[in-house]
Design a protein around this ligand. Structure first.
Ligand code: ATP
Ligand code: MG
Length: 391
């Protein structure tokens, strides 16, 4: 057998060390480097399907017949085996139909590799936002888009409100939404910041692609709370309905920033003009405008005014109505375009440490039943992103 198992433990907490052997959750498979090499044909470039801030991603065929997306973490990620497995254990316990499933990992020598379920229909940025309904053959009709929005909202609500520990994703964006063969959405990369050493801020390496999704209070002051994810979700929601990315420099200046455009149209009561023309008019205009308004609710400048993700699910599915709810101006990217490097800030109540655990003190969040101390590391905050604005 080419894969082996560390000894098992029943809870999803820290791997324990018994006779020098590490134990891992029974949800995690530990792959040998040799098997990963075989699965990817020795990391053949032909099998490379993407490259992100954490490293390269390969498609691979595992011995047990599974097709996997194999993420080779970059050299900067030199966490010790025990720390790495501790985080892997936590991530592997977090399962939901709208989250990408982690099959396991490889931790031999300096190698840190994650093995995920492979999703057949790629990421939203490479399909829908790349005009994919013509190129990839995938049809993003209105009901498909509505299902995608609701699925993402449910996955994020689960991470924020039900998972143990509750997790702030920190990098909600189109490239982190993958689609399975039925076009059901799966959020990827949740918990990944936990696998990075404290001095490595993932966001700083990918500012250009990520900036348009960043809530102003996170980008400017480093305040990372669930509300920052909700802002990013709002941007994504508007991208899905409009079929364009949040920033498109090829458009005339006044149309380049999706949020600015959306707010302008909202104020003129002409939001319907933002809906993707690629739908050829085949959509429920009332519903599409409702989705855009929910996007605007989520991106309001004041984090307090943004709804929780469980409320967003209810609003999207129509369980709750918008009832002419007042929407205030979004926090706009252009308002902080000229700002430069921010230092990480001290974690305050309700914000999260670098591991993205929610600090429960201001949210009345009950700590998970002994599996994790949600407030651990609160004093070594590194949640602030350090970058210079490059747009
Ligand atoms: N589980 C998966 N199934 C199918 N394709 C995947 C999977 N995970 C990643 N990919 C592909 O690999 C690409 C790169 O993913 P990766 O997460 O490394 O980078 P990213 O999402 O573009 O940026 P970031 O590192 O900021 O998340 C994705 O856009 C997607 O096309
Ligand atoms: Mg990603």
């Amino acid at each position: 057998m080419d894969c082996f198992w560390f000894s098992r433990h029943k809870s999803g907490g820290k791997p324990s060390e018994v006779d020098g052997e590490l134990s891992v959750s029974d949800k995690v498979k530990i792959y040998k480097y040799k098997e990963i090499r075989q699965a990817t044909d020795d990391f053949n470039p032909v099998n490379k399907i993407g490259e992100g801030g954490f490293g390269s991603v390969y498609k691979g065929h595992l011995k047990d017949g599974k097709v996997a997306a194999i993420k080779v973490l970059s050299a900067e990620s030199r966490q010790g085996v025990k720390e790495f497995l501790t985080e892997i254990n936590v991530i592997s316990e977090i399962q939901h139909e709208n989250l990408v499933k982690l099959y396991g990992c490889c931790v031999e020598g300096n190698h840190r590799i994650l093995v995920y379920n492979y999703l057949e229909n790629n990421s939203l940025d490479k399909t829908l936002l790349a005009g994919g309904y013509t190129r990839s053959g995938v049809q993003f009709d209105w009901s498909t888009r509505a299902n995608i929005c609701i699925g993402i909202a449910k996955g994020l609500a689960f991470l924020h409100e039900e998972a143990r520990p509750q997790i702030v994703h920190r990098d909600i964006k189109a490239s982190n939404i993958l689609l399975d063969r039925h076009l059901s959405p799966k959020i990827s990369d949740f918990g990944l910041a936990r696998l990075m050493p404290p001095n490595m801020t993932h966001v700083s390496t990918r500012v250009a692609g990520t900036l348009g999704y960043l809530a102003p209070e996170y980008a400017v002051r480093g305040q990372l709370t669930r509300k920052a994810d909700i802002y990013s979700f709002g941007v994504l929601l508007m991208e899905i309905v409009s079929g364009r990315s949040n920033r498109n420099l090829r458009l005339p200046t006044e149309y380049q920033y999706l949020l600015e455009r959306a707010w302008e149209l909202y104020e003129r009561n002409e939001l319907v003009d933002l809906v993707d023309t690629g739908l050829n008019g085949v959509f429920d205009a009332e519903e599409a405008c409702r989705y855009l308004k929910i996007g605007l609710l989520c991106t309001q400048d004041s984090p307090k005014l943004r709804p929780s993700m469980s409320k967003v699910v209810k609003l999207l599915t129509g369980v709750r109505g918008l009832d002419n709810k007042k929407i205030t101006r979004p926090g706009l990217i252009s308002d902080f375009m000229d700002l430069k490097v921010r230092e990480p800030v001290e974690t305050k109540a309700g914000e999260v440490n670098r591991h993205n655990y929610v600090n429960p003190s201001s949210y009345n969040v009950t700590s998970s039943s002994g599996t994790r101390d949600n407030s651990s590391g609160a004093s070594s905050a590194n949640a602030g992103c350090s970058f210079s604005s490059t747009i």
